[in-house]
Design a protein around this ligand. Structure first.
Ligand SMILES: [Zn+2]
Length: 349
């Protein structure tokens, strides 16, 4: 569905009260909400990564509204318990944040403390500490540098003009598609660093600037509202790896986090989490490794059937482009779950 139609449908459902009607029919037993960044100080509010960032004010408004609607905010541990043994009428909500951005600690946590709302932060153990580049932010810096780029693509050398906003948007689109679908996962860092070199960009800077280090993650982990989950080592698209390599990513991220924090992460998030990045094979691997749950980025509310699909849990992404309570009400109603999944109520992989 095109974005405008989808937005319109969100608004009709959210404002029109259809959401309240739909909820008993298609609304779930709970929801897992997905965040990335929570900040009032976004460096590039019009940048290509703006969908990954909401303000603390919106997070506050959202939790307030959801509590008014009767949602109980719970940890992922409790979400699994409630899926396994449903209790009464009340729906639950579990907050999650991928990649461990520093603002989760500095700007989101004060809001969560105010509401006593737990959160699970999924840590990619190689991203933390800087062994892996935060490629989507590096790519933003590369195009923002405004220098012309000459990139080897499958069809030959491609020249990209980054001098204008349109050129930068186009270059970001082309290069992110190329790096996620044509470059081998294991080669991404070298390719990215080559482009960064052409633009005079420091590829390690976004990681240092935006992500928590292990000390900050330890502070998070010690907080009673925070659960640390695993998100692989290298943030590779697991579906593009061999089975052994995918399994290694799942095991190693757990053991690295264990070594740093002294506790074993029980929950997992698939990097990217969309259909081309997490499928049946990955859900079976996550179960084999022993995670209690694993979340995708498929759009959906939770249904009782998810008790049998704990390694293929859908989420509702809180998109920075639509920080709108009406849109959120539409999503919570379960109506958009049907719309986004061709009428399917139980969304797995
Ligand atoms: Zn991620």
């Amino acid at each position: 569905m095109i974005d405008v139609a989808r937005k319109l449908a969100f608004l009709l459902i959210g404002y029109g009260g259809l959401g309240a009607l739909a909820r008993p029919l298609v609304g779930g037993v709970g929801v897992i909400l997905m965040l990335h960044r929570v900040t009032a100080f976004l460096e590039r509010p019009d940048g290509p990564n703006r969908h990954l960032s909401i303000t603390p004010q919106f997070l506050d408004a959202l939790i307030t509204e959801m509590k008014r609607m009767g949602y109980a905010f719970v940890s992922m541990d409790e979400a699994v318990v409630r899926l396994r043994s449903p209790r009464g009428a009340g729906a639950f909500a579990a907050l999650t944040a991928d990649d461990a951005y520093r603002d989760n600690l500095t700007e989101a946590l004060p809001v969560l403390e105010k509401h006593a709302a737990p959160i699970t932060v999924y840590v990619a153990s190689g991203l933390t500490g800087g062994a892996v580049d935060l490629w989507w932010e590096v790519l933003d810096d590369i195009v923002e540098a405004g220098k012309p780029l000459s990139v080897a693509m499958p069809g030959g050398e491609m020249k990209l003009d980054c001098a204008t906003p349109e050129g930068r948007a186009d270059a970001f689109r082309r290069l992110s598609t190329h790096i996620t679908s044509e470059v081998r996962e294991e080669d991404q860092r070298a390719v990215l660093r080559n482009w960064a070199g052409m633009s005079g960009v420091d590829a390690s800077a976004p990681n240092r600037k935006l992500l928590m280090d292990w000390n900050e993650i330890r502070r998070c982990a010690a907080h009673p509202l925070v659960t640390i989950g695993a998100h692989t080592v290298h943030h590779y698209n697991l579906k593009r790896l061999s089975k052994d390599a995918a399994l290694r990513e799942m095991y190693r991220s757990r053991s690295m986090i264990e070594a740093e924090l002294g506790t074993t992460p029980r929950h997992f998030a698939y990097p990217y989490g969309y259909a081309a990045a997490a499928g049946l094979r990955e859900t079976e691997l996550a179960r084999e490794v022993g995670y209690a749950s694993a979340v995708t980025t498929r759009h959906g509310v939770l249904r009782p059937e998810h008790a049998r699909n704990l390694h293929a849990l859908p989420r509702l992404s809180i998109n920075g482009r639509h920080q709108d309570l009406a849109a959120m009400r539409a999503m919570l109603s379960g109506a958009t779950t049907l719309m986004a999944n061709r009428g399917r109520r139980v969304v797995t992989v």
